[in-house]
Design a binder for this molecule. Structure first.
Ligand SMILES: Nc1ncnc2c1ncn2[C@@H]1O[C@H](COP(=O)(O)OP(=O)(O)OP(=O)(O)O)[C@@H](O)[C@H]1O
Ligand SMILES: [Mg+2]
Length: 510
């Protein structure tokens, strides 16, 4: 008989009156990869946070290897051999990789932190599992993908037997995802067990043994993954069939709204990340930027939205030079921005969701009058957008941090799209969204285009780029390697361009 590493029995978790988990049952066997599947806000992270010692159940019990335990702190969770890689990383940006990994688990020698010994151990672990990191780099200077590898190393460093991955691939590039799959397989081969939360059905099919479906706080069923199609899984989760391809008519591009010429933007260390980049985006079209993480796309978007200064070159929005403008001035030119990092640039987590939805417009009528905020209007406006964009949670007065990751993302998209901007810039628009929400957001982006908006989408998901774009601009090493049409290309070709290679046909450059 296979040993159960963990049994969650009849777990209920309430936040006030709101029932986030409703008598959930979950059993994980030793050596298996067990997927958790459910819509945004279904209660997956909440359930896992109870294993991680961040929350305690309102009722129900947890047994580890047959014994009932009380997990009342993260250190208790660690001591029981549980390690969690969270949906939103919990790293200290100003610290180095090594410091972050040993934080809270310090190796002390004669009263001093033995950083040398720890660095050696980290190196060994990172080689063993293929998790490339530079222990001496500062976390704020490394890519999101590398930050995740730090989180994984942190759990391994603490000797976790059960690893929980909360949407680990949402922030990874396709090749990093392949690497992570290999890492996960290696981990279970060594007898570790994994709980994997992901919205990507192909990933579940590729690595998971079993999947438990959670819908609106209840565990619906646990099934073997073998034999289940993506359509089956989607339907089990959402309760209806989902379309994976968005219907759209041909674009009718009009005037240039965003015009970038010979742009140079430095990254944090003062080295150019965007190198003489030129690109035009017209009203009524969606330009998708495809590229491998770290090829300048973040710096490009930050420069367009005023979050980072350009070093040289020009960015014009509706004919106006914006390189010297502040983020607020750019927003006022009718620019919407869904940022790549929703916690750093998208939301003020302790503020209510309603306040977050009003973040760009609160100082203007109708949300305020003569400098006085009208909270009734602000809250009503939030309620309206939450209904329209299906932002699920207890209510609009809950702080943004009390919303699930996917619902936070939907709230940002709602705020930025509803302002009706002439130029809409979206980075990783559907990161962390469930298949039903992805279907809706992509339709909505296309609807904005059809209204004559200029839309610039950055995404690591080639399926997404191919689905929504009218033209695809491939970025490599800080400049546009070529512009191709989705109907005339495919993932392989895009992959070659993204890697800096040449393809056997003409590509345009503006
Ligand atoms: N601290 C809190 N206060 C109030 N409500 C909360 C709190 N934490 C979570 N919730 C609510 O519990 C529900 C479940 O959230 P959870 O984060 O577990 O969802 P999820 O399944 O992980 O979703 P996603 O796929 O979007 O990450 C959500 O509706 C969320 O708003
Ligand atoms: Mg979650």
């Amino acid at each position: 008989m296979t040993e159960n590493v963990i049994e969650m029995r009849e777990i209920t978790k309430k936040f006030g009156d709101f029932v986030a988990n409703d008598h959930i049952n979950l059993t994980v066997k030793k050596g298996e990869i067990h997927a958790l599947l459910g819509e945004n806000g279904a209660g997956k992270s909440t359930l896992m946070n109870m294993l991680a010692g961040l929350l305690e159940p309102t009722s129900g019990e947890i047994a580890i290897k047959g014994e009932v335990v009380k997990i009342d702190s993260p250190s208790k969770s660690n001591s029981l051999g549980i390690g969690m890689v969270h949906q939103h990383f919990m790293l200290v940006e100003a610290f180095t990789v090594a410091e972050n990994i040993i934080l809270g688990n310090e190796t002390v020698k004669n009263g001093v932190l033995d950083l040398k010994k720890a660095t050696k151990e980290i190196k060994e672990l990172s080689e063993k599992y293929g998790l490339a990191v530079d222990p001496s780099a500062k976390v704020e200077d490394i890519t999101v993908g590398a930050q995740q590898r730090v989180e994984i190393l942190k759990t391994l460093y603490r000797g976790a037997d059960l690893l929980i991955f909360d949407e680990p691939t949402a922030v990874l590039t396709p090749s990093e995802i392949q690497e992570l799959m290999v890492i996960m397989r290696n981990l279970v081969k060594e007898g570790k067990s994994i709980i994997l939360i992901t919205h990507k059905l192909d990933e579940i099919r590729a690595v998971a043994n079993r999947v438990t479906v959670i819908r609106r706080g209840k565990s619906i069923q646990t099934v073997n993954v073998a034999g289940a199609t993506a359509e089956d899984l989607a339907e089990m989760m959402v309760g209806r069939s989902v379309s994976f391809k968005t219907a759209k008519k041909a674009a009718e591009p009009k005037d240039v709204v965003l015009s970038i010429k010979d742009l140079v933007v430095n990254e944090n260390r003062g080295i150019p990340a965007v190198k003489n980049l030129s690109l035009d985006v017209r009203a009524g079209e969606i330009i998708g930027i495809a590229g491998i993480d770290g090829n300048g796309q973040s710096e490009l978007i930050q420069a367009i939205t005023g979050l980072r200064k350009a070093k040289s070159g020009s960015i014009k929005i509706k004919g106006q030079e914006i390189t010297k403008m502040t983020a607020r001035q750019i927003t006022e030119l009718s620019v919407g921005h869904v940022p790549e990092d929703r916690h750093r640039d998208g939301l003020v987590l302790p503020m209510t969701l309603a306040e977050n939805i009003a973040l760009q417009t609160y100082y203007k009528e109708p949300l305020s009058k003569k400098g006085i905020l009208d909270y009734k209007k602000i809250n009503d406006y939030a309620k309206k957008l939450m209904a329209e964009f299906d932002v699920r949670g207890a209510n609009e007065l809950v702080p943004a941090k009390g919303f699930s990751g996917g619902n936070q993302q939907k709230a940002i998209i709602a705020r930025e799209v509803d302002r009706n901007p002439d130029l809409l810039i979206v980075s990783q628009p559907t990161r962390g969204l469930d298949v039903g929400a992805i279907e809706y957001i992509r339709k909505r982006l296309i609807a904005e285009r059809d209204k004559g908006k200029a839309v610039l989408v950055v995404s690591f998901e080639l399926d997404e780029i191919l689905d929504v774009s009218d033209r695809i601009a491939v970025i490599h090493d800080g400049h546009i390697k070529g512009i191709v049409k989705p109907e005339e290309t495919n993932k392989q070709e895009l992959g070659i361009l993204m890697a800096g290679g040449a393809i056997d046909k003409e590509v345009s450059h503006v």
